[in-house]
Design a binder for this molecule. Structure first.
Ligand SMILES: C[S@@+](CC[C@H](N)C(=O)[O-])C[C@H]1O[C@@H](n2cnc3c(N)ncnc32)[C@H](O)[C@@H]1O
Length: 283
């Protein structure tokens, strides 16, 4: 439970679960929904372009979970994953890629590079999800990243981003959510907004995991990033040279009074306490 290579490290019975749990697996299970992400990407691409997309580049790829989902969908699909952290890429090679068929693995390339400098082959789609570009703290750095992404796209390529906000986004808070791992074991994902500086809009956030035996993986992941607003992000994408930037806002399920998972281009959003949206920037 909670780990991939059970043969490599069989846990001692008396060990707390946190001692042998795998933080990358827990992150994938609690934070990511790569099927929904790629559903959105494929649907939006087909609405905007009259040809299939082939090469997807996943920036800040971490375990390359989304890149894997892309190559799984179609034998023509290829993916490049880029991350600065060689250890997370190695985790992906050891744990994520082996879940794929041999021909799918051949269609994924993982590069241990900086997204500000990387120059791989031109992609149809670049994806930067889970707010990773919030790690750039100044307009100049964010513009440099967007400009490099634009240079990495074919002439009709599209950059897909997500963003979050709302009046709870800068609040100091701790938000637990009950999750299950792929074997159905319970664990708690805890999102903590630990510090926020209104002067530079930078904040420190942590992800912790807690287990049924009360053991805890404290600060499994930590981020120091800037809480960018949508108008800032849009302006900087245009400054970097993108020709059209749309915000895709989630619709509402009126019966449940919650998001319905359908994102449409919009100029007006709701003043929700917490929202997540997609940003679609066309080259
Ligand atoms: C929040 S994780 C994103 C994981 C995954 N993409 C997702 O959607 O959940 C951020 C990742 O960005 C990587 N990273 C941070 N700065 C980077 C840079 N300048 N170039 C490439 N990767 C970077 C980190 O190593 C980390 O794996």
């Amino acid at each position: 439970m909670f780990q991939k290579n059970t043969q490599a490290s069989v846990p001692e019975p008396e060990q707390p679960i946190s001692a042998h749990a795998d933080r990358h697996l827990l992150y994938q299970q609690a934070v990511q929904d790569v099927q929904a992400e790629i559903d959105f990407v494929e649907q939006t691409w087909s609405e905007l372009r009259q040809r299939p997309a082939v090469l997807l580049r996943e920036d800040f790829c971490g375990t390359a979970n989304t890149a894997c989902e892309w190559v799984l969908r179609d034998p023509e699909h290829h993916a490049i994953g880029i991350d600065l952290d060689q250890y997370v890429l190695e985790w992906s090679r050891q744990n994520q890629l082996p879940e794929l068929e041999a021909d799918q693995i051949e269609r994924i390339e993982l590069l241990n590079e900086d997204v500000l400098q990387t120059r791989p082959g031109l992609a149809d789609i670049i994806l930067a999800m889970n707010f990773s570009y919030f790690l750039f703290l100044t307009r100049d750095d964010l513009r440099e990243y967007f400009a490099n992404a634009l240079d990495g796209l074919v002439s009709d390529g599209i950059l897909f981003l997500d963003a979050y906000g709302g009046y709870e986004a800068p609040m100091l808070l701790t938000e637990p959510r009950e999750c299950k791992d792929e074997d159905g074991n319970d664990f708690t994902y805890i999102w903590e907004q630990a510090e926020f500086n209104p002067i530079d809009s930078c904040m420190t956030c942590h992800i912790h995991f807690e287990f049924p035996d009360k053991s805890r993986m404290q600060e499994a992941f930590s981020y120091y990033w800037r809480l960018w607003t949508l108008p800032e992000i849009r302006e900087i994408l245009y400054e970097a040279g993108f020709s059209k930037v749309d915000i895709y806002w989630e619709g509402t399920d009126e019966k449940k009074n919650e998001g319905n998972g359908i994102y449409m281009p919009s100029e007006i959003g709701d003043a929700d306490p917490g929202w997540v949206c997609y940003i679609v920037a066309q080259a």
